[in-house]
Design a protein around this ligand. Structure first.
Ligand SMILES: C[S@@+](CC[C@H](N)C(=O)[O-])C[C@H]1O[C@@H](n2cnc3c(N)ncnc32)[C@H](O)[C@@H]1O
Length: 297
């Protein structure tokens, strides 16, 4: 895999409006909220939300004192800021999941929802997440499951070439990947996570069902089906709860950011952060830190 995997760029995208607000996705949003509630710890100090987008899920992390929203797209973060406001509770950071700008052992929680989906090098992304987490912290990972019932059916009747049973990810559109549950479990274990629980989510993601079955009933049916997630995974989306295992020293008091170019700790001095080691500079304007290398903000 290349040193710097490509990024699915959402800069300028109206994803939140077109995919969620104006489309018929109240069912998907509701069942994800249930899964998160089941998996999230009751409380925590510092949560890292990876691929936060416009902050659709962020209010669901209210048990944490502070949430750091990371997204590669600055315009997504601007939308999140417009929705959530500027307060001590939220820290907005434009950065690449493959090159996180935080010191090791900083966070006591992390989530990545509908984002691994865009990673051509998923193990590399997961490795980054593990690095910035403290020992015993909880990481909620959602991934798109290639071994879902629809894909299995289409494969068996010859309407789909790729096998849902093969371990390698399938790139069904440019930089959009579905993963095999076993591959995800292997990568999580390899980078230092212990899988604690799996919930299968969005079983009834079909226009006809959404039309015929009352919303609350469909959501309830999914909430029951989610509980089979540790037995089999045949839904299009899977939520996992993972504990960071292995020894990780906690981040030293007072440290937070590191330079994504050379990994040296870097002081938080908005509006300009300067790496003491390699002299790379990063802006922090209008409440958004920008650690994207090679981007002009
Ligand atoms: C499908 S959206 C999901 C947003 C949000 N998690 C949600 O569920 O509503 C995926 C997000 O991941 C971000 N993203 C994709 N690749 C990224 C990368 N390499 N580093 C940081 N963010 C990335 C995109 O900018 C986009 O906002």
């Amino acid at each position: 895999m290349s040193e710097k995997p490509p990024i699915c760029n959402y800069e300028g995208s109206d994803y939140q409006t077109s995919f969620w607000d104006l489309a018929d996705r109240a069912y998907e949003d509701a069942v994800e909220a249930i899964a998160l509630k089941r998996l999230l710890p009751q409380k925590g100090k510092l949560m890292l939300e990876l691929g936060a987008g416009a902050g659709r899920n962020t209010p669901r992390y209210a048990g944490y004192d502070r949430v750091v929203l990371v997204d590669y797209s600055k315009t997504q973060l601007q939308q999140a800021q417009a929705r959530l406001g500027t307060s001590e509770q939220y820290i907005y950071v434009a950065a690449d999941v493959y090159q996180l700008p935080f010191v090791e052992g900083l966070f006591d929680g992390a989530t990545m929802i509908r984002t691994l989906h865009h990673m051509s090098d998923a193990p590399k992304a997961l490795q980054q997440v593990r690095g910035v987490l403290q020992q015993s912290s909880i990481f909620i990972l959602e991934y798109a499951n290639k071994q879902n019932l629809k894909a299995i059916f289409r494969y068996l009747i010859g309407k789909q070439k790729w096998s849902p049973f093969a371990l390698e990810p399938v790139e069904f559109a440019a930089l959009n990947f579905d993963f095999h549950p076993r591959a995800i479990r292997t990568w999580l274990a390899e980078v230092g996570f212990k899988l604690e629980r799996q919930l299968t989510v969005s079983h009834y993601r079909m226009a006809i069902l959404k039309k015929l079955v009352p919303h609350n009933l469909l959501v309830w049916m999914d909430s029951v089906a989610q509980l089979t997630g540790d037995i089999w995974q045949l839904s299009p989306s899977v939520f996992t709860r993972n504990m960071a295992v292995g020894v990780t020293p906690r981040a030293a008091e007072g440290t937070f950011f590191k330079c994504p170019a050379c990994n040296s700790p870097i002081d938080d001095t908005p509006p300009l952060l300067v790496c003491p080691q390699c002299k790379q500079t990063y802006s922090a304007e209008d409440g958004i830190y920008d650690f994207r290398l090679g981007e002009i903000s």
